[in-house]
Design a protein around this ligand. Sequence first.
Ligand SMILES: NC(=O)c1ccc[n+]([C@@H]2O[C@H](COP(=O)([O-])OP(=O)(O)OC[C@H]3O[C@@H](n4cnc5c(N)ncnc54)[C@H](O)[C@@H]3O)[C@@H](O)[C@H]2O)c1
Length: 262
Amino acid sequence: MSEASERPRTAVVTGAATGIGRAIAFQLHHDGYAVAINDIGREGAEKVAAEIVAAGGRACAVPGDVSDPAFADQMIADAVEALGPLAVLVANAGINIIKPFLEFEEKDLERIFRINVFGVFYCVQAAARVMIAQGQGGKIINAASAGGKRGYELLGAYSATKFATVSITQTAALEFAKHGITVNSYCPGAIDTGMWEMIDETIGGINNVARGETLKARVAKIPLGRVGYPSDVARLVSFLASEKADYMTGQSLVVDGGVILS
Ligand SMILES: NC(=O)c1ccc[n+]([C@@H]2O[C@H](COP(=O)([O-])OP(=O)(O)OC[C@H]3O[C@@H](n4cnc5c(N)ncnc54)[C@H](O)[C@@H]3O)[C@@H](O)[C@H]2O)c1
């Protein structure tokens, strides 16, 4: 067996039933990984795994809630048992809650921090434990956001969770470097997924504008002149997961058509 074929080739992608996570799962399949598909919705995770298998790939579903630390460990163990040694974790699962700053309640903050911060933290811990034990390094890639680089109106809680993800990325990068594990994040702008449909509808409701108008106004500010697609993010993740990014760690890269500058 060649050295290349002995390298771990399993990737775990959380929140991969839809949107950005689904595109990342298919991209990593195209890049030659066996992909474990997590989502809180079992049906969605199983569907994406079946689609990858039907396309000739290796995949399995590992459905469950990433904000449960015991589940995070179990998810990684199940993925390794089904598909082989772990090469890549993409901690993609996340939610958004849109409200004026003064209207956020304790239950909103608990919910969004539990999934976006605790969930990323637990999955990074679970993946790193296994990668360290394997002794062959690895790539950990987290979903942050342009909202993790600057605050946005009505996204007070979400932005706070994504700043936290940038921080988790830096600390984990420092602690795991000696094990050959790199840790980076992607920071998308407005990407055309179910999450942005919800943002458009909710902000439209608060500002009393019709459906589609909020996204249209955001796109008008994007220097590259279009909304982002899940594939735009998946290609960045493909790079971060590859050996081309071997000398990068602790970075949170913006993929937003330039809107953060506007
Ligand atoms: N769409 C954007 O414009 C955008 C911009 C910046 C960052 N992001 C981030 O990218 C990631 C993916 O976003 P998306 O737009 O594809 O969102 P999405 O809502 O379309 O998909 C998110 C997926 O995560 C799953 N999920 C939610 N909670 C979960 C949990 N506790 N455990 C497991 N799975 C869970 C959902 O079921 C869903 O399938 C998120 O972390 C999001 O914050 C998205």
